[in-house]
Design a protein around this ligand. Structure first.
Ligand SMILES: *Cc1c(COP(=O)(O)O)cnc(C)c1O
Length: 497
């Protein structure tokens, strides 16, 4: 299996090269040349545990890894860091709906599913490519990605990681999660600026040739762990296939029965993985793309027009507050019939005018998607009503998806069995979740909120938030926007000018 850029016809690279590069030099994203078929029955998959399923699915994409190499990566990633033996779990709330909990990893959000394995894939890939330099991962974060990346790369030998976050722009819990990170190879710095400043600063370092040379001289090379890396996308396919096999085993669905999958969406990575799973042979009827009030994708699916020229709204589902869904480019590429020139032209229009429109013919291929969105009020109502009806507590992101499913069912009377991707533990957003359930804001200390939520939900306080209480702060660096490069050089003990 080879990979191509969505914006370049000629080049063809291996999985390990694509994982190391992250993004193509032409600005495109790497895509597998073809989508491999599952070619095995779900009854067989139902006999596998999560790790075996992961090996089977990822083995079809990462073909330049030997089974042993990939198996090693999987063993290291999916272990007791997760608080349940199968990594993910299904919670059925009625006869036709199951919430797929993807938040049982170290940072209690679904990004752990991919970020716990990416470092090991990267390390193995570097070995394969005979890379001599040590990898330095640079990440800008608005909150969730930072800690998940730190946790994943923590103490992985041969790799260092530097995370930049907006000093005043993340929640207290998110900040505490990052600055208390223990890994000896980790560096964290607050930036006196907003998330865009952090992201721009990081992008600048990635493309700075002089800096690249300086790093190389010291034995380092930059790489990226963000969600467009194919090494993050492919591991996300696994849990959809695994979930289907479990539903089958439990008798919730019949063999071959088509299900709907609902995904709370931001950068379009998680739902794209579900789309790949469908194309591999997973019986999926509809993929329901759920947006919050930043409903660019809802508009896209309903009109064929993508337009980011609009107000950026801060919601209670911050990980979905996004106006440029990077991974959508991979879907656009499929819609053009794998045409890199047309894809590049549409993306150029997005960069230039902030918008583009797809043709009727392209829209025809979008029929397996439905776009829905939930307002802030609808999201809170969903958290409360689900809790009142079933006793089950979900986080704000998951509630956006739950609400999208309700709207879809009301519109279409399609009552297919639905799997809702549950992307964060409610403890990660305890304040919002409690406000939703109680109908008023709780003015309390975080630790008290955790206890309240634990009592209401009947779920113990996760280690990820419990450990924050008395954790020592290891990272105290704060820098100005124009000092980010100096800060990285300082971390690596490389002298500046
Ligand atoms: C990142 C994130 C999302 C969005 O996932 P994408 O793959 O970017 O669409 C949804 N919910 C939570 C909790 C997240 O952290």
């Amino acid at each position: 299996m080879f990979y191509r850029s969505t914006r370049n016809k000629i080049k063809r690279i291996t999985a390990s090269e694509a994982i190391l590069k992250g993004i193509s030099e032409d600005g495109g994203l790497f895509v597998p040349e073809s989508i491999p078929a599952l070619d095995i029955s779900f009854e067989k998959i139902a006999e596998m545990d999560y790790r075996e399923t992961a090996l089977f699915v990822m083995g079809k994409y990462f073909t330049d890894f030997t089974e042993e190499e990939l198996g090693n990566c999987i063993e290291k990633a999916y272990d007791s860091k997760f608080d349940i033996p199968d990594m993910v779990s299904l919670r059925r709330t009625d006869g036709r709906t199951a919430y797929l909990e993807l938040f049982h990893g170290r940072t209690i959000a679904f990004k752990d599913m991919a970020l716990s394995i990416l470092p090991h894939l990267m390390k193995q890939a570097a070995k394969k490519q005979n890379m001599r330099e040590e990898i330095v991962i640079l990440t800008a974060t608005s909150g969730d990605t930072g800690k998940a990346a730190l946790a994943g790369f923590s103490d992985v030998s041969g790799i260092k990681i530097a995370v930049f976050f907006p000093e005043g722009g993340v929640s207290p819990v998110q900040k505490l999660q990052m600055v208390t990170e223990k890994g000896k190879n980790t560096f964290v710095a607050g930036v006196r600026g907003n998330f865009d400043d952090c992201q721009t600063g990081v992008k600048k370092m990635f493309t700075d040739e002089a800096l690249k040379e300086k790093l190389k001289g010291a034995g380092y090379v930059f790489s990226s762990a963000n969600s467009i890396n194919i090494g993050r996308l492919i591991p996300q396919i696994v849990y959809y296939i695994f979930a289907y096999s479990r539903l089958l085993k439990e008798g919730a669905i019949r063999p071959g029965e088509e299900i709907n999958i609902v995904v709370p969406t931001g950068n379009f990575g998680n739902i794209l993985a579900a789309y790949y799973a469908k194309n591999m042979g997973l019986p999926v009827h509809r993929l329901i793309c759920a947006s919050n009030e930043n409903k660019v994708l809802y508009d896209f699916f309903n009109t064929g027009k993508y337009d980011r020229n609009r107000e950026f709204i801060l919601t209670h589902s911050p990980s979905m507050d996004i106006l440029i869904s990077s991974n959508l480019e991979r879907l656009i590429y499929v819609l053009t019939g794998d045409d890199p020139e047309r894809t590049a032209a549409l993306m150029a229009s997005l960069m230039g005018e902030g918008k583009y429109e797809i043709t009727e013919e392209m829209r025809d291929k979008l029929k397996c998607f439905s776009g829905y969105f939930a307002s802030e009020e609808e999201t809170f109502n969903k958290i409360r009503s689900l809790y009142e009806e079933t006793g089950y507590v979900i986080d704000t992101h998951t509630a956006v998806a739950g609400c999208a499913l309700d709207k879809y069912r009301a519109d279409t009377s399609d009552d297919s069995f639905a799997v809702v991707a549950s992307t964060a533990s409610p403890f990660k957003f305890a304040g919002s979740v409690l406000s939703a359930i109680k109908g008023r804001k709780e003015e309390k200390e975080e630790t008290e909120l955790f206890s309240m939520l634990s009592e209401i939900s009947g779920v113990g306080i996760p280690e990820a938030v419990r450990e924050l209480k008395d954790a020592p702060v290891f990272h105290k660096t704060v820098c100005e926007i124009d000092e980010m490069e100096e800060t990285v050089l300082g971390f690596l003990n490389i002298k500046g000018e």
